[in-house]
Design a binder for this molecule. Structure first.
Ligand code: UDX
Length: 445
């Protein structure tokens, strides 16, 4: 009989995983403790913007006309326990308030609710990003509180927002931490399609599986801060960081990806994951091994202030008071509506606090931005944001911004100065249309 799968937590990770499991042919039951989320998902609507996810839900959610009916949602732990052979735990692990450490309360409460309702022989699979050592602790909890034969495996998730569906269905690799042959066999069955298409399946122990995720994110953060450090040097020396990145990227050992200099990384993962990793290393007595991550974090945070300074300098009057600043972009990256730890909104907020009159436009992040920064100004289109502005800041690299007509914008702006915080606009085109175009880490024309 086909395996029955449950997914605990329906955020970016859980909602995507649940829909992807249904796409792979399994019967799936998704659980969330927030009834409004469940209501939305059960009617095929997605609580966030993620390309392709709504279509996938429409294809599988029970009750939607023409769907396979393989995907349902609930708030009942008993229903989840009775239904599932395999339970994927996908709840979030945010940064603790005022601390570097990771807040494990959602994971802990999911395991506490799950343990007593599990059927004998059920497999629990952790997907959340957790501090190394968590899986061992949670396995002990299951051994104590769950039915006999319940097992745990750790299967970190590497999906990127904006590519969540694609990354889940066609992962670069599948990592499974388990010592149980049965758990490995079950997960090989779950992931048979992507493995058949060539995704490597790496089996290891609990700590290594947990560490693969945090070390991968640390490496990515390091690449971005490295190129941003080079951007700082280029700014001082008159070099061009975009050319530098292109040239070092041709070296296959370095690779060209994740070397775009700008205002740095944000979002719900990289910043909090490197901080939680440092905190955990401290607990393990190996904090020295990760002190470089402190530098990665501070290079990253410094970029935001440097963008503010670049804008102040470009305005030429030493102050933002009385100036109108157009901000293109609010989300932490394009193709997402996520504004968590968004460098763009941080820059906008700093300028607002320093007296600038800021108007933000973002293709998908407006509602979330308004909730987080209600005192900023907002416009319904890029053109309206730019109208009458003394300076334009390009802070999230949406395709819509690359496709703007700089000549049209030039007609409505008060002063045609654009600062590219993402090195993503075509500077030549903007200059030809009459703009002063400046990008981070690149020479002025
Ligand atoms: C990241 C990891 O990529 C993913 O594997 C993990 O599962 C979750 O965390 P995500 O948070 O979706 O995914 O964002 P990512 O695409 O990694 O980008 C992170 C940030 O880095 C964004 O703010 C982006 O704008 C910035 N970035 C990325 C750069 O500044 N320069 C680059 O070259 C690449």
């Amino acid at each position: 009989m086909a395996l029955k799968i449950t997914v605990i937590g329906t955020g970016y990770l859980g909602a995507t995983h649940a829909a992807a499991m249904a796409e792979l042919g399994f019967e799936v039951l998704g659980l969330d403790v927030v009834p409004e989320k469940i209501e939305m998902l059960a009617s095929g609507r997605v609580p966030m913007f993620e390309p392709g996810l709504e279509e996938l839900l429409a294809k599988h959610v029970a009750g939607i006309e023409g769907s396979t009916g393989r995907l349902r949602f609930t708030t009942s732990w008993e229903e989840v326990g009775a239904f599932g052979d395999i339970h994927f735990v996908c709840v979030n692990t945010p940064q603790k308030h005022g601390e570097y450490a990771c807040d494990m309360s959602y994971v802990d409460s999911a395991f506490a609710s799950l343990a007593p309702v599990l059927r004998d022989g059920a497999l629990v699979v952790g997907k959340s990003t957790v501090p190394v050592g968590s899986a061992e602790r949670l396995a002990a909890l299951l051994a104590e509180r769950a039915a006999e034969g319940v097992e745990l495996a750790w299967n970190p998730e590497f999906l990127r927002e904006g590519f969540a569906v694609q990354d889940t269905l066609h992962p670069d690799r599948i990592v499974v931490g388990t010592a149980s042959e049965r758990a490995e066999k079950l997960l090989r069955e779950v992931y048979a399609v992507p493995v058949g298409e060539g995704s490597p399946f790496v089996v290891t122990d609990f700590p290594t599986a947990e560490l693969v995720k945090t070390s991968a994110n640390s490496f990515l953060a390091t690449k971005i801060s490295f190129i941003n450090a080079m951007a700082e040097v280029c700014e001082a020396a008159g070099g061009d960081v975009a050319k530098l990145a292109e040239a070092i990227g041709y070296d296959e050992r370095i690779g060209s990806k994740f070397l775009r200099a700008g205002i740095g990384f944000g979002g719900g993962c990289l910043p909090k994951d490197i901080r939680a990793f440092m905190a955990r290393a401290g607990e393990l007595g190996v904090d020295q091994a990760l002190t470089f991550l402190r530098e990665i974090d501070s290079i990253n945070m410094r970029r935001r202030g440097q963008m503010v300074e670049m804008a102040r300098e470009a305005l030429g009057n030493g102050s933002f008071l009385g100036t109108r600043v157009a901000v293109l972009g609010a989300t932490f990256k394009p193709d997402s509506d996520d504004v968590r730890d968004s460098p763009a909104l941080n820059v906008a907020g700093q300028i607002h606090l320093q007296g600038g009159q800021v108007t933000v436009y973002d293709p998908k992040g407006m509602d979330n931005a308004r909730r987080l920064f209600p005192t900023l100004g907002y416009a319904d289109t890029a053109l309206d944001a730019v109208r009458g502005a003394d300076i334009v800041l390009h802070l999230t690299e949406w395709r819509e911004f690359r496709e703007l007509d700089p000549a049209e914008l030039c007609e409505v702006v008060a002063s045609p100065v654009v600062l590219d915080g993402r090195n993503a606009l075509d500077g030549v085109r903007w200059r030809e249309a009459g703009w002063t175009y400046r990008a981070m880490g690149r020479p002025r024309a």
